[in-house]
Design a binder for this molecule. Structure first.
Ligand code: SAM
Length: 281
């Protein structure tokens, strides 16, 4: 396990992922029933962008660094505000030094009745994550293999909620694990919402992943992508996607407002951003 998210925190991929995450959580709050978010690859929860790792890559400058103080037209501005307000609240002096990971974005948006299960396998990272939520009875941090949790922890007892799967993609086979893990979890809990992050780097692997999802017998799958540039000649992270199973019915429309803003602020001249159905009832 060599992956360290601190090098990438706040980059364009985090922005897309956390913007989609926040919209799903906001939607879940429309109904009074309690829900649970299960974050299977949670990371450490809070990142210091002035730290050595983030400074070394500077990736956040092309992500949250471009978004936070931008003039965002409506309705995208209002739709992005739950996410961006979490970031602003962590940086009361302005700018962006502290950046929230997915468990902290989620936690800051929960109501009192809602719960978060955050799973992180790296022993030190899971300890760091635990320290952020010490004494917080709405959050359970577990040091466990997220792929196992994907099968074992669904459905949650609330029977409402979201499973976020955000693996590091440092090993061969994460696309297969993602498609297989989703199929297993979906069989156990077909009513859950699932959000799966994936890199757009190896185009053939992305095509195979999409085909596997189309063939999985899942009724509703929305594929949200942000490509910063056309395919590079050498393998490079040109973009990323979020596959959302059982998306909120408003998500496609919300993305139609948000994605052009992210594309124009974060992308290069030929950037694209789309929300397309891989499966639709
Ligand atoms: C992309 S990062 C997660 C970032 C986080 N979701 C966020 O948005 O802030 C992937 C994380 O998965 C952890 N990880 C790697 N393999 C894992 C596994 N099998 N189970 C759970 N966590 C794992 C890594 O230590 C890393 O912290």
């Amino acid at each position: 396990m060599n992956y360290r998210h601190a090098f990438h925190a706040g980059n364009f991929a985090d922005v897309l992922k956390h913007a989609v995450l926040a919209r799903i959580v906001e939607y879940l709050k429309r109904k009074p029933g309690a829900f649970r978010v299960i974050d299977t690859h949670a990371g450490i929860g809070l990142y210091d962008l002035s730290g050595e790792e983030a400074q070394k890559t500077g990736e956040w400058r092309g992500g949250i660094g471009r978004l936070l103080d931008a003039a965002i037209p409506e309705p995208a501005g209002g739709l992005l505000s739950p996410y961006l307000d979490v970031v602003r609240a962590l940086n009361p002096e302005g700018g962006v030094r502290h950046y929230p990971g997915s468990p902290l974005v989620t936690r800051r948006l929960l109501r009192e009745s809602d719960r978060l299960t955050a799973i992180e396998l790296h022993p030190q990272d899971s300890q760091t994550l635990k320290s952020h939520f010490a004494g917080d009875w709405q959050v359970r941090v577990i040091a466990l293999d997220g792929w196992l949790a994907l099968g074992a922890h669904v459905p949650p007892k609330e029977k409402r909620g979201l499973v976020l799967v955000d693996p590091p993609f440092e090993q061969e086979g994460d696309f297969d694990r993602l498609a297989d893990g989703l199929a297993t979890a979906y069989r156990r809990w077909p009513g859950g919402t699932y959000a799966l992050w994936y890199p757009i780097k190896d185009r053939a692997a992305v095509r195979r992943f999409r085909e596997a999802l189309k063939a999985a017998g899942i009724a509703r799958i929305l594929d949200i992508t942000l490509e910063l540039r056309p395919p590079s000649p050498e393998p490079r992270l040109d973009g990323c996607g979020m596959v959302v199973v059982n998306p909120p019915f408003v998500l496609e429309e919300e993305m139609a407002a948000i994605l052009p803003v992210l594309r124009d602020l974060l992308g290069e001249r030929n950037a694209t951003a789309r929300a397309e159905w891989l499966a639709r009832e």
